[in-house]
Structure formats: structure tokens, C-alpha cells
Design a protein around this ligand. Structure first.
Ligand code: GTP
Ligand code: MG
Length: 368
């Protein structure tokens, strides 16, 4: 591959690949990029497309079968290695609700992790109108993806597209929002601005972050900084919280006209709205006159720690909310979630792998 960037965008499954292609359109050719699917018929950019599980699924997709998609990804996992040579940070975009977006994403993230590549997963969860089966499929795989990945953002499509009228507007908004987050990381890695986050700090943040929430907002005009603070305070994607926010990453993307007072306004607004109990607040700016002239975009990533979880300080000083292992109280489930059945042929019934504990398949959390 000619692009030797250390960051790569990977879209998985039909929905994930569609979003990833949209993000790439926003970047042009510069972004190192791969789509992975079990379905050979989906629109793809051949050079950047990897078909997995061809022998098992004959290029027809998994048809909502999580287990078949996982096995397809396992069959083909070696073929991903040459595509990710030299990558240090992977942003994986997926849409949960089908088989491939859930099952293959899990296997791919595990592979990336085993190769020492940091992973950030952005995963949409289905619209409520798509029905309970898809929701259940999504819920079942979420804890496993979260366990395997560095930082994970689950994005409810219902919330992401609130107030959108037409379906294509809604999808465009999904792409735009995630594109802003990808832009932030890509620019921080490739072309940092004045307030930079060094690669080591990003690496620590991503390695230990666990589940987070994020939103991206844009404004122009004389009151753009205040607008942004207001919009972030009201952002539906940031609203749901199961615990206090422990770490914040605030990325300000702007042109050369960004004023110091505007950075202060945004920073103060974010701290006042979300930062009361945050022990880590990272602010980074990306300066790109060509793309952001006249406007400011802010990507806000919030990491919260569940009250039951321990936290730990990483060498980079960023709080982690990944669960510490507490053998006497906590039920430890590895990334695969198949326990001692790890190397056995799965027991498949009704598209479910019965060797995976029921609470994991059903997405039920246990208070032990
Ligand atoms: N943003 C966006 N989301 C989509 C699109 N198509 C499907 N989705 C979402 O993606 C979820 C998963 O569906 P698919 O992507 O078709 O499934 P898959 O991951 O390819 O898995 P299988 O086809 O079952 O192997 C759906 O429940 C939708 O919520 C799309 O074009 N754009
Ligand atoms: Mg598909």
C-alpha cells in the first residue's frame, strides 16, 4: 500500500463500510483506509476492500448471523495483516445490528490488539424502528467489543439523527459526526496544531479509555465559540450518563482566525458542563485554514467511570475507567467470551453461539 500513515480507518460490515466510505470522501485520498465485509456485492472501492469468509459464506454476507460472521473473520484473519502494516492507531467504524458489523468487528479488534495496534471503535446501534432482534444482536456483542478495544463509542442512531426529517439527511449527519472525530485523531497524529497532544499521550488515552460518549458540533460567525458551548451542553449524544465524567478530550478544529478568547470560552463551557469531577482534561487544537476557515468545529469525547469500577492512573496521567481485575468479586470474561470453549467448534442454535454465556449474548450486566 502506498499510503504509509500510522493511522488507518477501517469500516466493517455493510453499514460500517458505508459510513467509512463517507468519511473518506470528506478526506479525499489522504486517509489510509480499508473496508472489510463478508458481502462481496456491496459497493466497494476494490483497492481498499477486503472480503472475508469467502469459503464459508461465498461472498453473500452473514444474514444477521453473528457467529457465522465471527468464524468468517477468524478464517480470514491472516489476510488483514498485510493491509495494516505500519499502523499504530486504528479507528474502526461499524454498525451493530447485523452479523458482520458485530462478529467480524470483534475478531478484527482482537487481532489489532494482539499486534499492539491501539483501537478506537465507533459503533452505531440500530434505530428503534429496526426492531428488537437487531437491538438484541447489538446489545449482545457490545460488552465483548468494549472489552477487546481500547476506547469504544457506542452511538445510538436514534439520538444521532434527532430532528432529522429525511433518511438521507440522517445518514449524512451520521457520517459527518463520525468524520469530525476521525479528523481530530487523524490531524492530531499527522499534522498537530498549536496545542498538540503528543503521540504517547494519545496512545495512553486510547489504550485505557474504555467506553465513552462523544459529540461533534460546528459553528461560524462572531458568537461561534459561545454557540459551540451551548450546543455541546444540549447535545443528545452526550446526555445519557451512567456515572461521573472522569476524563475529557476536547479537540478544537479551526482556521488561522481562531482566537485565544474563543478557546477559553469553549474550554470553560465544557468544564462547567461536564468537568466537575473530571480528573483529566486534555485540550488540543488543529489548525487547518483550507478546511476550517471561518468556522470552528469541536469534537468532545467524554470518558466516564462507572461508580462500581476502579480507576487507575496511566503513565500519561490520563484516568482510566477500564475495570481492574478483582478476582474475588468480579466475573472476568475475556474478549472472546467463550471461556473454556474458546478452542472448540461452537454450538450453534438459532444463529447463537450457546457456548457464550447467556448474559453476554443477551447484553445483560451482572452485579456480582
Ligand atoms: N449509517 C448507516 N447505517 C446503516 C446503513 N445500512 C445499514 N445500517 C445500519 O447497520 C446495521 C447493520 O446492518 P448491516 O450493515 O446491513 O449488517 P452487516 O454488518 O453487513 O451484517 P450482515 O449483512 O448481517 O452480515 C443496521 O441495523 C443499520 O442500523 C447505511 O448505509 N448507513
Ligand atoms: Mg451485510
Amino acid at each position: 500500500m502506498s499510503n504509509s500513515s500510522s493511522m488507518m480507518l477501517i469500516g466493517v460490515g455493510g453499514g460500517g463500510s458505508a459510513i467509512a466510505r463517507g468519511i473518506r470522501r470528506a478526506f479525499g485520498e489522504d486517509l489510509r483506509f480499508l473496508t472489510v465485509d463478508t458481502d462481496a456485492t456491496m459497493p466497494s472501492d476494490d483497492e481498499n476492500f477486503l472480503l472475508i469468509g469467502g469459503d464459508r459464506l461465498s461472498g453473500h454476507g452473514s444474514g444477521g448471523n453473528l457467529v457465522a460472521a465471527r468464524l468468517a473473520a477468524e478464517d480470514s484473519i491472516n489476510s488483514i495483516d498485510p493491509e495494516i502494516e505500519g499502523v499504530r492507531l486504528a479507528i474502526v467504524v461499524t454498525s451493530l445490528g447485523g452479523g458482520t458489523g458485530g462478529g467480524a468487528t470483534l475478531e478484527i479488534v482482537k487481532r489489532l490488539d494482539s499486534l499492539g495496534i491501539r483501537t478506537i471503535v465507533f459503533a452505531t446501534t440500530p434505530f428503534s424502528f429496526e426492531g428488537e432482534d437487531r437491538q438484541r444482536l447489538a446489545r449482545g456483542v457490545m460488552p465483548m467489543i468494549e472489552e477487546a478495544a481500547g476506547a469504544t463509542f457506542f452511538i445510538q442512531l436514534d439520538k444521532l439523527v434527532e430532528n432529522a426529517d429525511r433518511f438521507d439527511d440522517a445518514m449524512r449527519r451520521a457520517v459527518d459526526t463520525m468524520a469530525s472525530a476521525v479528523t481530530l485523531f487523524w490531524r492530531l497524529v499527522e499534522k498537530p496544531g498549536y496545542l498538540r497532544l503528543d503521540a504517547e499521550r494519545i496512545s495512553h488515552l486510547v489504550a485505557k479509555a474504555g467506553r465513552g460518549r462523544f459529540a461533534a458540533v460546528t459553528s461560524r460567525g462572531p458568537d461561534r465559540a459561545r454557540d459551540i458551548s451551548d450546543m455541546l451542553t444540549r447535545a443528545p449524544l452526550l446526555a445519557a450518563s451512567s456515572g461521573p465524567v472522569r476524563a475529557i478530550l476536547c479537540g478544537v478544529l479551526a482556521g488561522d482566525d481562531l482566537r485565544l478568547s474563543e478557546i477559553s470560552t469553549i474550554s470553560d463551557g465544557v468544564r462547567a458542563a461536564f468537568g466537575n469531577q473530571a480528573t483529566s482534561f486534555e485540550l488540543a487544537t488543529v489548525n487547518d485554514e483550507d478546511t476550517f476557515s471561518g468556522r470552528i468545529s469541536v469534537v468532545l469525547l467524554l470518558f466516564e467511570a462507572n461508580a462500581k469500577d476502579d480507576t487507575e492512573e496511566t503513565p500519561g496521567g490520563v484516568m482510566s475507567n477500564r475495570r481492574k481485575k478483582r478476582p474475588e468479586k468480579t466475573l472476568i470474561v475475556g474478549p472472546q467470551g467463550r471461556g473454556r470453549f474458546n478452542n472448540a467448534e461452537p454450538t450453534i442454535w438459532n444463529s447463537e453461539d450457546l457456548d457464550i454465556p447467556t448474559f453476554l449474548r443477551r447484553g445483560i450486566s451482572l452485579d456480582v
